[in-house]
Design a protein around this ligand. Structure first.
Ligand SMILES: Cc1ncc(COP(=O)(O)O)c(C=O)c1O
Length: 440
């Protein structure tokens, strides 16, 4: 039946994280993308305020990245990932190791953020075992954290709807409190002043479980998908100190914050806090080919390099780990970031972006505004008894008016490509302001 004509029916595709029935009754179809804009099926240009899903940091359709993917498909379409290699995988790992701060100099390739998170959690558990501390089996996440959709990721994650439908999840997981303190920190610019002491929640969990049972703590240094929550000043430093005190590995999930989003290459560099493991994806290939990477510190990799040389050291990997197309897309993307100085550009644009974000203060429904680098959270007051409805309405109206936004709960999240110009910023925020004045 492969060659049977199929009707152009919207029903068979079960869309992810989507209100399927609403979408299929009024589809929002994208058919092209170039630079800062999407083209819709009805021929409209929509400015991309979200870099796709926080991933197209180099903008859309960059010819250098497109060519790298095309060339690679013709040269080497696939190479087995286990017990075989291809040069571009090693080249990419070396370049990432050079970019990362400190001795985060070994790289494990995955195909998504979710796989990066599960890989990081597994490496943490296996590391302690290899290191003679097999009692360290507990994993700690944080309320409101988003770490993708694998069982590891939803277990350490803290977004209720991502967890409540899926059974009992991983055993031996606990959560710290989230860091959202709107009463004290509303309308902060950059890192909020209050909340460093929330890191002490880790001490509470150490007291409860025993530090020697905890393998790792995972946090997003800036929490994106839960609605853009910046780390309070001093919080990440304090978390690092508590992890050091108890021999706990600190994992930064940089799937969103990696590759220039905050105006530095990575959040760990931005905040000057050294994690033991970093998870990435998205901006690694500017969203063009699925790929993720997990960077680990030298002592973690070294702990596995024992035993007979012919023995596999880590029983983990994916058929498409370091896929040639993804590797070449990532290499070309890193070239674009370097040649066009996009991380620097992100930092340069950040003050203009910040002013634009905070210009929304005082508009109807706005109860908080948050920003850092090229990222923003616009929190709206929920309609009583109908959470998420107001923000979703704003999303639909913005799309009609030619601006792509993203919502989570009643928060509008923005994270444009790093190639954004001031005129684009003006257009995005003028449109949002207009929409906020018209919706109920
Ligand atoms: C911090 C973080 N971790 C993990 C993920 C999951 O990535 P993916 O959707 O590529 O599996 C995301 C996706 O938004 C994310 O923001």
């Amino acid at each position: 039946m492969l060659d049977a004509p199929s009707p152009n029916d919207l029903a068979p595709f079960w869309m992810p994280f989507t209100a399927n029935r609403q979408f299929k009754s009024a589809p929002r179809m994208l058919t092209g993308a170039k630079g800062m804009h999407y083209t819709t099926q009805d021929g409209r240009q929509v400015i991309d305020g979200t870099a796709g899903l926080w991933c197209c940091n180099a903008g859309h359709g960059d010819p250098r990245i497109v060519k790298a993917i095309q060339d690679q498909a013709a040269e080497l379409d696939y190479a087995p990932a286990f017990q075989m290699g291809h040069p571009k995988a090693f080249e990419l790992a070396s370049r990432l190791a050079t970019m990362m701060p400190g001795d985060l100099d070994h790289v494990f390739f995955t195909n998504s953020g979710s796989e990066s998170v599960d890989t990081a959690l597994k490496i943490a558990l296996a590391y302690h075992r290899a290191n003679g501390e097999a009692s360290r089996t507990r994993l700690i996440g944080r309320e409101r954290g988003y770490h993708g959709v694998g069982f590891g990721g939803i277990s350490v994650g803290g977004i209720v709807n991502n967890r409540r439908f899926f059974g009992s999840l991983l055993a031996g997981v606990d959560h710290m409190r989230h860091t959202h303190l709107p009463e004290q920190n509303a309308f902060s610019r950059g890192q909020p002043e209050h909340g460093a002491e929330l890191a002490d929640d880790l001490e509470r969990l150490v007291a409860l479980h025993g530090g020697e049972t905890i393998a790792a703590v995972i946090v997003e240094p800036m929490a994106g998908s839960t609605g853009v929550l910046m780390p309070p000043k001093g919080y990440l430093e304090r978390l690092r100190a508590i992890c050091d005190k108890h021999g706990i590995l600190l994992i930064f999930d940089e799937v969103i914050t990696g590759f220039g989003r905050l105006g530095s290459s990575f959040a760990c560099e931005h905040f000057g806090v050294q994690p033991d493991i970093v998870t990435t994806a998205k901006g690694l290939t500017s969203g063009t080919v699925p790929m993720g990477a997990v960077m680990v510190r030298k002592h973690i990799y070294d702990a596995f390099m024992h035993g007979p040389e012919t023995a596999i050291e880590l029983f983990h990997g994916y058929t498409y780990s370091a896929h040639p197309l993804a590797c070449n897309a990532a290499l070309a993307t890193l070239d674009v970031y370097r040649d066009d100085q996009l991380f620097e550009r992100s930092a340069e644009m950040a003050p203009y972006w910040e002013e634009a974000v905070h210009s929304l203060k005082g508009l109807p429904h706005v109860i908080d505004l948050r920003n850092m680098g090229l990222i923003a959270g616009i929190e709206l007051e929920p309609i009583p008894g109908q959470p998420t409805k107001r923000a979703f309405e704003a999303f639909l109206k913005c799309y009609e008016k030619g601006v792509m936004t993203r919502t989570t709960g009643d928060i509008i999240a923005l994270s444009p490509p790093l190639i954004i110009e001031k005129s684009h910023i003006d257009q995005i925020f003028e449109t949002i302001a207009d929409v906020l004045k018209t919706i109920d």
